[in-house]
Design a protein around this ligand. Structure first.
Ligand code: B1M
Length: 234
């Protein structure tokens, strides 16, 4: 397999072959190849968003399936995640460069016990691209981190991410802490992550479940617009 890989010149592949090859490279955790592939697609006029969703996110979806089925293990998936992040690092400034008007501020973080951050990072990038200022708290955040960040940054939106069924209940802990302090309604609380759904978001008292980064941007814009309208009416 490794010998075959050495013979492949990414720039000589057509778009379809290149995207397929990038998915294989992501699977194999080949960071430099992913960086090269991203640059080639951009050079061919691909939109950053398309490179992100069609090559990287789709590639990671395949990694996820084989991780679930016990074909890939944590060390291998970590390499894939690193390769994915390297690609995202190239795309991030391009996605943020849209010149969109400032929409509002978002504090976002992955909850305590959970170190998955690819999805959260992607959401942050897309929100930045849509004109939001994003304060990223990183991973494994206890309730205190959220509270401190809300106090310090005064965002309109609090975003939380959880990828594990064992960590998603922690979102409720954060929301309850906001309620106890009588500040729950000061923020729009959006939650996301693969194991969540709308019922769960309702049950824990979040404002909305966001299935993916694109939906998050739409939700965020929608809630901000509603808030402005309410304030204008009141
Ligand atoms: Co983990 N892992 N993992 N993992 N991992 C999952 C989540 C899992 C589903 C894999 C599987 O078994 N099929 C499974 C969870 C099972 C469950 O709970 N039901 C799992 C497991 C079990 C584990 C460990 C326990 C494995 C172990 O140690 N034995 C361990 C836990 C570590 C911990 O957190 N304490 C673990 C570790 C890891 C790695 C470190 C190896 C790595 C993470 C690297 C990193 O993130 N830096 C990893 C990875 C990469 C995955 C999979 C393969 C991919 C996740 C990902 O990045 N997807 C994942 C399988 C899967 O999800 N199918 C899996 C791509 C990303 C773009 O999508 O994160 O869903 P996603 O984000 C989307 C939406 O969900 C949404 O928008 C994003 C963009 O569209 N979204 C939000 C996410 N957050 C949002 C926040 C918002 C809004 C929308 O706020 C407003």
């Amino acid at each position: 397999m490794a010998d075959e890989e050495e013979d492949i010149v990414l720039s000589e592949l057509d778009d379809e072959e290149l995207v397929q090859q990038m998915m294989d490279d992501l699977y194999d955790g080949l960071k430099e190849e992913i960086e090269e592939g991203v640059q080639i697609l951009l050079g061919r006029g691909w939109l950053p968003y398309d490179v992100l969703t069609k090559a990287l996110v789709e590639g990671m979806r395949i990694v996820g399936i084989d991780f679930r089925d016990g074909i890939l293990f944590v060390p291998e998936v970590l390499l894939s995640a690193n390769a994915m992040k390297a690609g995202m690092t190239i795309l991030r400034p391009l996605l943020a460069e849209t010149g969109a008007p400032k929409m509002g501020k978002v504090v976002i973080g992955t909850v305590k016990g959970d170190i998955h951050d690819i999805g959260k990072n992607l959401v942050g990038m897309m929100l930045e691209g849509a004109g939001f200022e994003v304060v990223d708290l990183g991973i494994n955040n206890p309730v205190e981190n959220y509270l401190e960040a809300l106090e310090e940054h005064q965002p309109e939106i609090l975003g939380m991410s959880a990828l594990l069924t064992t960590t998603m209940p922690y979102m409720k802990v954060v929301i309850e802490a906001l309620k106890e302090r009588n500040i729950r309604d000061d923020y729009i609380v959006l939650v996301g992550g693969a194991p969540l759904n709308e019922e769960f978001a309702d049950a824990i008292g979040a404002d909305a479940y966001c299935r993916d980064a694109a939906v998050t941007v739409e939700m965020a814009k929608d809630f901000i617009a509603r808030r402005h309208n309410q304030r204008a009416a009141g």
